[in-house]
Design a protein. Structure first.
Length: 508
């Protein structure tokens, strides 16, 4: 489907949140200003060859200085909520110890401006930028880092707990473990392979400790965690391909969701305790990790096609960066990632298959009967953008039709899947956050992969809303018009004593 703005708006249930997302390290810049300490990503990005074109995050979108301008663009867009992350290094430079007042002040200004603009804040505590002293002490291989995250959560709760609407404890622990510690493609650049397994547990423990700290502080907002999810699809009907897809599913999806939602690791993962003495989860750990959530955040971008054995060539372009797997073509590798035949891809090489949005939600519903309300906390696509200068126009245009279509198809699929009679009708889907609000520093890809609704000229810092921005603006306006029409109809119906049938069924 390619929903028009009006068609998509008609699918939105009452109270459904439409938002945008970013992360601190990717947009803020000002890495050495106002008392911010270095993070592990500062050091990793400075190493030659770590980032495409050796591009630097030092300025990025300069959001630290241009935050009011960016919030004004969000207000004009009309979104319900903005998901951002708190820079741990900006607030607590050492990862423990003293708090940097200037860092707290920046986020206080951001949160207050969002609320004044009618935008609810969703704050992520940890979005990969580990303070450098913690990285140097072992990072997530060190269990102590989990306790430091719990302390950071208490600091954030005391400062912002009266105003943040939703909290995310940890973003995509799968990506940190696989890309950062198993393969060395992200900070801190460790290539530990299977020995990186403790980092998964320590991040989940950090989630549990952070959740505990937020609850102890009685923050007013809901609390959840965000995991990336990719349906694993066997490349053929060969039983070995099915087994390989199952193993990938364990490593990328269930390793992180099962402990949080079921209170235990998958059997295959628990067997790893025989191979890694540092991976031995206690019952106390599991109780912390599996505390009840107010919501569960799902980052969805694509499915993954998996085949047995090493494959015949390299991983499809961008897939290693996306999924943290470079086994394609490696002699002796147990399985590989393959390309979907005859499928459109993003600039990253990710397959565009919106129907698997429904599969992801249905699998979550089947695996986790007590699944809390769900937000799609990230979804979006990188495509090459062209800025078009139109003679006589007061501003340039960025006609990103492919991104617009990606968002329309994926949001529409998610809404239809969770409606009554849909493939995932038991899922209480509460919202969708577009990744990302604006083009930014896309980790190891530098500035090569633009995901934004807003184009950023990184030489001039000029912001230019893209066609996808104006499309989402139209969706939100159409929703508001439909809501107003329903309210008028209801009022007239009450006056006439007639029964009123809602235009859109509420979410199940």
């Amino acid at each position: 489907m390619n929903a028009s703005a009006r068609d998509l708006a008609s699918l939105l249930p009452p109270g459904f949140t439409l938002g945008v997302a970013t992360s601190a390290f990717q947009i803020e810049g000002a890495l050495d200003e106002d008392g911010r300490g270095p993070s592990g990503w500062d050091v990793f990005a400075a190493k030659p060859g770590s980032i495409v074109g050796d591009q630097s995050p030092a300025v990025s979108c300069d959001h630290y200085h241009r935050m009011p301008e960016d919030v004004a663009l969000m207000k004009d867009l009309g979104i319900d909520s903005y998901r951002f992350s708190l820079s741990w290094s900006r607030i607590q430079p050492g990862g423990s110890g003293p708090v940097n007042r200037a860092g707290l002040d920046f986020y206080n200004r951001l949160i207050d401006l969002l609320l004044a603009s009618g935008i609810s804040p969703m704050a992520t505590l940890y979005h990969w930028d580990t303070p450098l002293p913690l990285d140097q002490a072992g990072g997530w291989m060190n269990r102590d880092t989990a306790y430091r995250l719990g302390e950071f959560a208490a600091i954030a709760a005391a400062a912002f707990g009266d105003r943040v609407t939703r909290w995310v404890t940890v973003n995509e622990p799968a990506t940190v473990t696989t890309n950062g510690y198993a393969l060395g493609m992200h900070a801190p650049g460790e290539a530990l392979m299977l020995q990186a397994l403790p980092t998964a547990h320590h991040q989940l423990l950090g989630h549990g400790l952070a959740l505990q700290a937020l609850r102890a502080a009685k923050v007013r907002g809901d609390i959840g965690i965000t995991n990336v999810y990719s349906p694993m699809v066997p490349a053929t009907a060969n039983p070995l391909d099915k087994v390989s897809a199952g193993l990938m599913d364990m490593a990328q999806n269930r390793l992180y969701a099962d402990p949080v939602l079921l209170g235990k690791y998958p059997d295959v993962i628990r067997a790893a305790t025989f191979f890694s003495s540092s991976f031995s989860p206690s019952s106390d750990d599991m109780e912390l990790i599996s505390q009840p959530l107010d919501f569960y955040g799902l980052n969805y971008y694509m499915p993954t096609l998996v085949g047995a054995g090493p494959g015949e060539g390299a991983v499809p372009p961008g897939m290693a960066e996306a999924m943290g797997n470079d086994l394609g073509g490696t002699p002796g590798a147990p399985f590989h990632i393959a390309s979907f035949p005859d499928t459109e891809t993003t600039a990253y090489g990710w397959p565009v298959k919106p129907e698997y949005m429904s599969v992801a939600l249905a699998e979550m519903a089947e695996r986790y009967p007590d699944l809390p309300p769900v937000y799609i906390t990230e979804g979006g696509a990188s495509f090459e953008d062209v800025v078009v200068r139109v003679p006589g126009a007061d501003r340039p245009m960025v006609p990103d039709e492919r991104r617009l279509r990606y968002l329309a198809d994926h949001i529409g699929t998610a809404l239809e899947a969770t409606q009554r009679g849909g493939a995932a009708e038991s899922v209480d889907l509460r919202g969708y956050y577009v990744w990302s609000f604006m083009d930014n520093f896309e980790w190891s890809a530098g500035y090569k992969q633009p995901f934004g609704l807003v184009h950023v000229d990184f030489d001039t810092q000029v912001r230019t809303p893209k066609a996808s921005y104006y499309w989402l603006q139209e969706v939100i306006a159409a929703r508001s018009a439909a809501t107003a029409a329903r309210a008028t109809s209801a009022a007239v119906g009450q006056e006439d004593g007639a029964a009123v049938v809602p235009a859109v069924d509420p979410a199940p």
